[in-house]
Design a protein around this ligand. Structure first.
Ligand code: SER
Length: 586
C-alpha cells in the first residue's frame, strides 16, 4: 500500500460517513502564541472544539502535517519521528464514543483488513477528575474485543489535551505484531516493540483552565489522530517507518552521496538525517517563510538542520548534500503538498546557507568540544564552556548536551541559560517554554486583538500598497504580533498613518460581519486569506466596513467599538523581506 492510497482510503471512508474534508493547515499555527508548531490535527480546529460553528458542519476529516520535538531523542528507533502526518476525523458535538469506536474498528478491520486479534486497545482508568471510561470499553466489548485486550491506564497514558483547553479521556489503538509478551506486565504501555500505537480517539468533553480545573464543555467532541507513517509500516509489514516509501528514496540518496550503506553501524545516523531533513524541508517549505534563527520556530529548525548536518558529515557526505536530500523530499511530496514545490528554491538556499554558516565552525568546534569534555571535572561541563560552544561555534545547547551524554558528561544547563539571558535580549528559553504547549485562549482580549490584526493588515495595505500581506500572526492577551511582507523599515509618518487608520475604524463603531461562502465566492468578493482549496468548501469571511474582508476562522469582536485605542509599540525586521509589528489596544 502506498501513502497516497492510505490517505485516500481514510478520507473516503469518512466522507462516505458524512464527514467533510478540510485541507492540511500550516505547520506553524495562526493566532496561537502558546505553541510553535502544529503538533496534532486538532490544533487548527481549536475554536470549533470550544463551540464555534464550523462552516462545513459537525463531521470533519483531513490529513495534517504535524511536528513534535518531544520525541527527538527517540528518533533512530523503528517508530519515532519529529515530522509526521496525522490522519484525523472529528465530531464537533455530533457522534460520540460508541460511533467513533465503531468507525475505527470498521476502518481497521474491513478497509485495511488488519486481523481483529492483532488489535489491542486502552481506555481511561478514572480518577478524581473523571470516571473510569466504561462507556468506551463497553463499545469495544460490543464489537468483540475480549477483556484481555482492553487495558485501563491512568491520565498519563489515556488522557489527551494541551496544557489548557479542550481535553478528555482517550482510547488508544495498538497494533500487536504477534511477538511474545516480554514479561507478565507487558502491555500497550510497554516499549518492548510488541505494541505499536497507531490511532488515538480522544473524547473531548472537558475544558481545563489555567488553574488545572476541569469543567464539562458545552459540546462533546471526538478528536482522532492516526499516524500515517506507522500505519503504512503495519500495512506493508516492514520493520520500521524508515522502510516505507516515504523514507526509502531519501535513504537511497544518502547511500548514493556518501558511498555508505543503510546498515549497521550507520542505521541510527541515516534515520536521524532522514527524519530531520524531512522535517526541515517541511518547515522551510511552508508558506510562512520561517528561516533558521536563534528564536522560536527558527531555533528548532536550526537544531534539526545542525543535527542532521553532524550525522550526514559523519557519513562522509559532500558539500550541499542536505539540499540534495531536501530535493528528494520535495519530489516525493509535491503532489500532496504543493507548497513544497512553490518554496523549493527557498528550501535549497536556506539549507545551503546554514551549511555554510555551521559547516565551517563544526570541525573547529568539535575539537574544542572534545577538549572541554575530556577536561570536564566531575563529569560536569561548565556553563561557560557550553556557552562558548554556542556563541563561537554555533552549537545549539541540545547539540552540546548530546555530545556530552555520549561521553557520560552532564552540562550545567541552568548556568548556560543564565549566561544566555545575560548575553541575549531574547531568551531561547522562551521558545522552549512555548513549545511545551498550551492553548491559545479565546479570551476577550485575544479576540479583540485578533480583530485589530485584520484592521492592521488593511491599514498597512492602504499605506504601503497591496504587495503587503500577512506572513504570520501571534496573539496573546497582552499584545498582537503581526508579520507582513515588506522590504524596508517603515517611516515614522507611515506608522502614524497606519495607527490613525486603525483608530478611525475603531472610532466608527463598525460591526464585524461574518458570512459563510465558497472559497471561489470569497475570492471574487475580494477577501484576503488563504485560497488554497481543493474541495470547494465553505469558509467564513469576516468583513469590517469597507476596511477589511478576510477569510478567517474567528473568533472576533462583535463591533470595532469594543477594541479601545490601538497603538503600535514596535516595528522591526522579522526575516528577509518580512517586517514585524507589535501592537496593543487599551
Ligand atoms: N489529538 C490527539 C493526538 O494527537 C488525537 O488526534 O493524539
Amino acid at each position: 500500500m502506498t501513502a497516497n492510497e492510505l490517505r485516500q482510503l481514510f478520507i473516503n471512508f469518512f466522507i462516505e460517513r458524512g464527514h467533510k474534508q478540510i485541507p492540511s493547515a500550516s505547520l506553524m499555527p495562526e493566532n496561537d502564541p502558546s505553541v510553535l508548531f502544529t503538533t496534532a490535527g486538532m490544533h487548527p480546529l481549536l475554536p470549533y472544539l470550544l463551540g464555534e460553528k464550523h462552516p462545513l458542519g459537525r463531521r470533519l476529516v483531513d490529513f495534517q502535517k504535524c511536528l513534535r520535538t518531544g520525541d527527538i531523542d527517540e528518533v533512530g528507533d523503528a517508530s519515532h519521528l519529529t515530522f509526521f502526518e496525522m490522519l484525523g476525523n472529528w465530531s464537533l458535538g455530533d457522534y460520540f464514543k460508541k460511533e467513533s469506536i465503531a468507525f475505527s474498528h470498521e476502518f481497521l478491520t474491513q478497509i485495511l483488513k488488519i486481523p481483529q486479534e492483532r488489535i489491542t486497545v486502552t481506555c481511561f482508568a478514572g480518577d478524581q477528575d473523571a470516571p473510569r471510561d466504561n462507556e468506551a470499553a463497553d463499545a469495544w466489548r460490543a464489537l468483540g474485543y475480549p477483556d484481555e485486550r482492553i487495558f485501563f491506564y491512568p491520565k498519563k497514558e489515556n488522557w489527551w489535551g494541551l496544557v489548557t483547553g479542550p481535553c478528555g479521556p482517550d482510547t488508544e489503538i495498538f497494533y500487536d505484531n504477534g511477538q511474545p509478551k516480554c514479561g507478565p506486565d507487558c502491555g500497550p504501555a510497554c516499549n518492548c516493540g510488541k505494541y505499536l500505537e497507531i490511532w488515538n480517539n480522544v473524547f473531548m468533553q472537558y475544558n481545563k483552565d489555567k488553574e488545572g480545573k476541569y469543567t464539562p464543555l458545552s459540546q462533546q467532541n471526538v478528536d482522532t489522530g492516526m499516524g500515517l507513517e506507522r500505519t503504512l509500516c503495519v500495512m506493508n509489514g516492514v520493520a520500521s517507518v524508515f522502510e516505507t516509501e516515504l523514507f526509502q528514496p531519501i535513504i537511497k540518496k544518502i547511500e548514493e552521496m556518501t558511498g555508505t550503506k543503510y546498515a549497521q553501524p550507520n542505521i541510527k545516523a541515516y534515520r536521524i538525517v532522514a527524519d530531520h531533513l524531512r522535517a526541515s524541508t517541511f518547515i522551510l517549505g511552508d508558506d510562512k517563510g520561517i528561516m533558521p534563527s536563534n528564536v522560536d520556530q527558527g531555533y528548532i529548525l536550526r537544531r534539526l538542520i545542525r543535527r542532521a548536518y553532524r550525522y550526514l558529515s559523519g557519513l562522509g557526505a559532500p558539500a550541499k548534500a542536505m539540499s540534495a536530500v531536501a530535493q528528494v523530499v520535495v519530489d516525493n511530496y509535491r503532489d500532496v503538498y504543493p507548497e513544497l514545490e512553490r518554496n523549493r528554491e527557498f528550501i535549497i538556499k536556506n539549507l545551503n546557507r546554514e551549511e555554510e554558516l555551521f559547516g565551517r565552525a563544526l570541525d573547529a568546534g568539535m575539537k574544542i568540544a572534545t577538549k572541554y569534555l575530556d577536561a570536564a571535572t566531575d563529569k560536569k561541563l561548565a556553563a561557560a564552556d557550553a556557552f562558548r560552544l554556542y556563541d563561537t561555534y554555533g552549537f545549539p545547547l541540545e547539540f552540546t548536551q548530546e555530545l556530552a551524554t555520549e561521553r557520560g558528561v552532564k552540562v550545567d544547563t541552568d548556568g548556560f541559560h543564565r549566561l544566555y539571558a545575560e548575553h541575549q535580549e531574547k531568551s531561547r528559553a522562551g521558545a522552549e517554554n512555548k513549545f511545551k504547549g498550551g492553548l491559545a485562549d479565546n479570551s476577550e482580549e485575544t479576540t479583540k486583538l485578533h480583530t485589530a490584526a485584520h484592521l492592521l493588515q488593511a491599514a498597512l495595505r492602504r499605506v504601503l500598497g497591496d504587495t503587503v500581506f500577512q506572513k504570520g500572526a501571534n496573539i496573546t492577551a497582552e499584545r498582537l504580533r503581526f508579520d507582513f511582507s515588506f522590504d524596508r523599515r517603515m517611516e515614522p509618518a507611515e506608522l502614524a498613518q497606519v495607527e490613525q487608520i486603525v483608530n478611525e475604524a475603531i472610532a466608527a463603531g463598525l460591526p464585524v460581519m461574518c458570512e459563510e461562502m465558497t472559497v471561489a465566492d470569497a475570492k471574487a468578493a475580494g477577501a484576503m486569506g488563504v485560497f488554497e482549496s481543493k474541495y470547494g468548501e465553505l469558509v467564513k469571511v469576516y468583513t469590517i466596513g469597507d476596511y477589511s474582508k478576510e477569510i478567517c476562522g474567528g473568533p472576533h469582536a462583535a463591533n470595532t467599538a469594543d477594541l479601545g485605542k490601538f497603538k503600535i509599540q514596535k516595528e522591526e525586521s522579522s526575516a528577509a523581506g518580512v517586517r514585524r509589528i507589535k501592537a496593543t489596544i487599551g
